[in-house]
Design a protein around this ligand. Sequence first.
Ligand code: GLU
Length: 427
Amino acid sequence: MTPHKKELRRDPEYLTPIYRMALEQFGQAADQLSLDPNVRKRFTDPKRAIMVNIPIRLDDASVEVFHGYRVHHDTTLGPSKGGIRYHPDVNLGECSALAMWMTWKCALMGLPFGGAKGGIRCDPHALSRNELQRLTRRFTAELIQFIGPEVDVPAPDVGTNGQIMAWMMDTYSQFKGYPVPEIVTGKPIAIGGSLGRTEATGRGVVFCIMEAFAHLKMQPKDKKIVVQGFGNVGAHASAILQAEGCKVIAVSDVKSGLVNKKGIDIPALMKHLETNDYIESFQGGERITNAELLELPCDVLVPAALSEQITDENANRISCKILAEAANGPTTPKADKILRERGVFVIPDILANAGGVTVSYFEWVQGLQNLFWKEQEINDRLKDIMCNAFRAVLSLSISEKVDMRLAALMLSIRKITTAKKARGLFP
Ligand code: GLU
């Protein structure tokens, strides 16, 4: 073998455990579809991955350099789309896996987008507001060649929010010389954000849970819900589930969990968190750890935090009927197998949490057209897209005798493959 070929056989830098997990899921679906090997190769690696070093001046006048990433996995169906994550564990492999999941998610929902994800390895809680602003603006400037309303459209993810999007939008607009609100989604209403976007991911999770209840002949009333993670997604999903008559018996954040068999007062907890950083200081239940919370007997478990929470180590002790994956990648393939054998009904991440990017799509369309929709119209359209996607996945899972994750992946991969074949391979 020539040295050149040997070199080619080395693993790419993004082939980390989480990327291998995304690849394993893809591989199972590709096998099930007997996917053309030439197409399979093209999905295996991200289209492009940008790594930037971001120098900023901290408040004490010293300079710190942060590592930032943006990965575009696929752009067959349209500009790439996906969130920006600020977290100490952000790395190239994680962004690449999350970008691949965005590709499947957008295709499954029928959105004209490819998949992307990015982020900065940092602890956003340890940075001041001014430091965060400088970090966000310099990151945006470093990515300026690789983002744009027709190129790649960022959105919030773990550790980022509407304010971060507003700074990204302003920085991009300064470079262009005119306002470009459609460069990001999940931005504040005042600069062209969409009504309903903040609640959208949580709302979409609830639409899926209601569909699963109907399929399993369960009534929402008093169903016991456990939610891991009380960020934007977990908090809104909890509030909407409670409004639907369910009983949220446990929630958690990075520090600790809270359990109350009678049901936690979610609006009171949300109010409490407006002025307090953590659930810990809220009275209204008993403390438990995040690990204990995942194993509480319940009807629906909603992991709404980070990836790889349900593994072969704890999957045997998970005791829910429905697992609604509000987070991206919360269940490892080994755990998936155990849950399948134990008869847990899994609503996979690319379906369950797709409400966020769906309303991001609405926001992008509204921005491009300068025509804004009423909140009711947004929620109705979201419901329509989510429930149709759920039913399509369920029906394929029944007809092909595969689980919901495999069915969802198969539907997405099939759609993009048809498009890839129609476009052909350049040159
Ligand atoms: N970060 C969210 C996700 O993982 C939203 C992405 C978007 O709206 O573009 O789906």
